[in-house]
Design a binder for this molecule. Structure first.
Ligand code: PMP
Length: 336
């Protein structure tokens, strides 16, 4: 049983398979490092999160000048949309934030018939597009894109900024980070909220062409991260081996949960992360979600009109909670 503070306040007692959160807590080293900072929080941390920026720079082999750190990647994504999002192209379904902050946008649909896979070599971007967004691995389906066609896309569309959201890259997929120094129209964002289990600490970063990084850094708060957040981030990044091992564990739980749903007649789609899409039709996903909420289990119906009402995105919980979720679903679907 998990006890969770919901966005906007309030406490929820139950099982949450909802916000693409990692069900595993931060690693012990992160908790210890953050805890040690608490008693020193009368002091500012180093300006612009310099030590974390240095560590990320060393680990990625990317100049510090290209790195921007802020309190969560959502904040960074909003800033990028504010600056560059005059004409946006999305690969849909996508992370719900993007349609919301884009307002109007053009789209390339990923189709259930292909398991939401897509060959980026076929991507056609309308003339005048200022920002094209690729989420890799993609939310809500959890699949990855083959990034081999990216350099060609960047060359063919010099007027378009390509934003690769690598929020889930710690779980699977091929990073585009190493291409940033070579292409002036490539932006990459990342977060420690997902594979690294630090969502509540709010740590995001971007790897950008120098002009973009300079612009965002010069408008940033001098102390974008609280001391405990910075310490937790550094401790976690120094234990990538643990994060990798946990990613395999999460993937196994996810596959197990998907297999159980399939055994109940539910269609599931391929994923390489710890969440996946399922089609419950002829059941209505919103109806099921309401009935599950009555049992203190929170789940997200997809609400994408192009896909029909049966779709849900499911994030694995811990195995014990997954079992309770499946038992509750069985009862609800059997009409008990
Ligand atoms: N990108 C994607 C694809 C996400 O799913 C999320 C959160 N669900 C974010 C970015 C934002 O994460 P955060 O603000 O915690 O860094």
């Amino acid at each position: 049983m998990t006890i969770i503070m919901e966005k906007g306040g309030g406490t929820f007692h139950g099982i949450k398979l909802l916000l693409c959160e990692n069900p595993l807590p931060p690693i012990d080293e992160a908790v210890a490092a953050a805890g040690a900072e608490l008693a020193q929080s009368n002091y500012y941390t180093e300006a612009y999160s310099a030590p974390l920026r240095r560590l990320i720079s060393e680990q990625l082999g990317i100049s510090e000048r290209l790195i921007h750190i802020n309190a969560g990647s959502e904040l960074i994504l909003r800033q990028l949309f504010d600056r560059f999002g005059r004409q946006v192209h999305l690969l849909t379904p996508t992370y719900v934030l993007f349609p919301e902050i884009a307002g109007r946008y053009t789209e390339t649909r990923l189709s259930p018939e292909k398991g939401f896979a897509y060959d980026l070599a076929n991507l056609a971007i309308p003339t005048g597009t200022t920002l094209a967004v690729i989420v890799n691995p993609n939310n809500p389906n959890g699949g990855t894109f083959d990034m081999a066609p990216l350099p060609d896309l960047l060359c063919r569309h010099p007027e378009t900024l390509f934003l690769i959201d690598e929020a889930f890259i710690g779980l699977a997929g091929e990073s585009a980070v190493h291409l940033v120094p070579k292409y002036p129209n490539l932006l990459v964002t990342r977060t420690l909220s997902k594979a690294h289990s630090l969502a509540g600490f709010r740590v995001g970063y971007g790897i950008f062409p120098e002009a973009v990084a300079d612009d965002l850094n010069s408008h940033n708060d001098a102390y974008p991260l609280a001391r405990p957040s910075q310490a937790a981030a550094m401790a976690t990044l120094q234990h990538e081996d643990k994060i990798k091992a946990r990613a395999s564990q999460l993937h196994a739980w996810t596959e197990e949960l998907a297999a159980q749903l399939r055994s109940m007649g539910v269609s599931t789609f391929p994923t390489e992360t710890y969440f996946f899409l399922a089609d419950f039709s002829p059941y209505d996903a919103s109806g099921l979600a309401d009935r599950l909420r009555d049992r203190n289990i929170l789940i997200k119906p997809l609400n994408d009109p192009a896909l029909g009402p049966g779709y849900m995105r499911i994030t694995t919980a811990l195995p014990e909670d997954n079992r309770r979720f499946v038992d509750a679903l069985r009862e609800i679907m059997a009409g008990v």
